[in-house]
Design a protein around this ligand. Structure first.
Ligand code: P4A
Length: 412
């Protein structure tokens, strides 16, 4: 007993050192092609185990280091502490495999462990959002803090997306679970049909919209395969359908809400959502156009701000709350992260008074679709320390600041 306690305390003491060790490695991004190759041909559970027991601690340690750069006012919030404790626990559990012999038993045990880790982190987004709300309520927020928080949350949630991708691939390819989709390699569909994902996301968004407003607009899809000479028009690519679904569901909810609220719930004939799917040589582009009245240009950026989100209270276990159609949740910022994760993008442009276009860009070539991962290094900590300054552009409201005498053109 005394021995065990001593071992444990020694392990805990050396723990920051282990974390430092792993945080000094840069994460290794994989492409969709590499994920596929691994799940199809070279896939051995041992190889995957040996890769993940290094790569998962690297990604976790990198982001844990970055969490430590957050302002104290946020770090002290109970929700943030809880999230930190999950990361710490998961890192500890993964480090148990550091020197393990990659035999069948260990590999099987590792796969089970990954599933437990994934479950532990299921509510990270809601809990982190809660922490931000707690901080806003107790300490308030200034522009500097807000900029840093936006920067952090983008990187933190991107890291989470990437860690879940690794865990999902390993557990789906090598675990015992029944395969729900025979075509899939883990969570990747080698023939992901864009139009059918649009239909799935549309049905779900329409269901919510009908429930909420008792009305909903239709959609019209136009598909162009610009690279095919034989006029084969369906657009397919190697992609993660659940990621695409997430983005489309979010954008369709927004578009439906804008259309119904702009035209009123009494209207019968809403202008349909127009969706263009086009495959070029580089990009698969999906453009959603609605005639929902649009939003002013200065509000576009706000759509992607975590801080403008209202309180999404963490769901109580077992509860079945009906989500509002499109609250200012984290839906859009996280959808953009999904797009950027494999080097695509998500952009929103609007014509105020008319309607909004939202565009998703995806890489056609799975070899170019590399993970985009945050790296913790010196530049990262510098970013958190640098003050936001916009002192070298005029601002409309300030006319009465005394300036040093002398011709303006000579001031540097
Ligand atoms: N007009 N256009 C959009 C919204 C309004 C819009 C809107 C009022 C704003 C916030 C919101 C949902 C809709 C759109 C498509 C988009 C984004 C915004 O992709 O028509 O909730 C976050």
């Amino acid at each position: 007993m005394v021995h065990l306690t001593r071992c444990l305390s020694r392990a805990l003491k050396s723990f920051p050192a282990r974390m430092d060790h792993y945080s000094r490695f840069s994460p290794s991004p994989l492409s969709i092609q590499q994920f596929l190759d691994f799940g199809k041909r070279d896939g051995s559970v041992k190889k995957s185990f040996v890769f993940l027991r290094q790569e998962l601690p690297v990604r976790i340690a990198n982001i844990m280091k970055e969490i430590n750069l957050l302002p104290d006012s946020l770090l002290k919030m109970p929700s943030v502490k809880l999230v930190q404790s999950w990361y710490l626990q998961s890192l500890k559990e993964l480090l148990e495999y550091e020197n393990a012999d990659p035999n069948n038993d260990i590999c099987e045990n590792f796969t089970d462990r990954l599933q437990k880790i994934r479950d532990r982190h299921a509510n990270v987004v809601e809990t982190m959002a809660q922490g931000v709300i707690e901080m806003k309520e107790t300490h308030g927020i200034d522009p500097q803090k807000e900029t840093n928080l936006q920067y952090f949350l983008d990187r933190f949630f991107m890291s989470r997306i990437s860690i879940r991708m690794l865990i999902n691939q390993h557990t789906l390819v090598f675990g015992h679970n029944l395969r729900t989709h025979p075509r899939y390699i883990g969570s990747i569909d080698p023939n992901c049909d864009v139009e059918s994902v649009i239909h799935d996301a549309f049905d779900s968004a329409k269901y919510l919209c009908d429930q909420y407003y008792l009305a909903s607009p239709e959609m019209e899809i136009k598909t162009i395969n610009a690279t095919c000479k034989d006029k084969k028009t369906d657009v397919q690519l190697q992609y993660v359908p659940s990621h695409l679904y997430h983005m489309l569901f979010e954008l369709l909810k927004n578009a439906m809400r804008a259309v119904v609220e702009h035209h009123g719930t009494a209207s019968i004939d809403y202008p349909p959502l127009e969706i263009l799917v086009c495959e070029g040589e580089n990009d698969v582009t999906i453009k959603l156009s609605d005639k929902g009245g649009g939003i002013p240009r200065h509000q576009i950026d706000l759509l992607f701000h975590y801080m403008y989100s209202t309180a999404p209270t963490p769901p109580q276990p077992g509860s079945t709350v009906t989500a509002p159609l499109a609250g200012y949740g984290y839906g859009l910022p996280i959808s953009r992260l999904y797009a950027r994760y494999f080097h695509g993008d998500l952009q929103v442009t609007s014509v105020e008074g008319y309607g909004t276009d939202a565009i998703i860009y995806l890489k056609v070539l799975s070899g170019e679709a590399n993970e985009l991962l945050p790296i913790f290094n010196y530049a990262t900590s510098k970013h958190y320390k640098t003050q936001v300054s916009s002192a070298d552009w005029s601002s409309p409201a300030i006319h009465n600041i005394a300036v040093a005498s002398g011709p303006r053109s000579m001031r540097m």
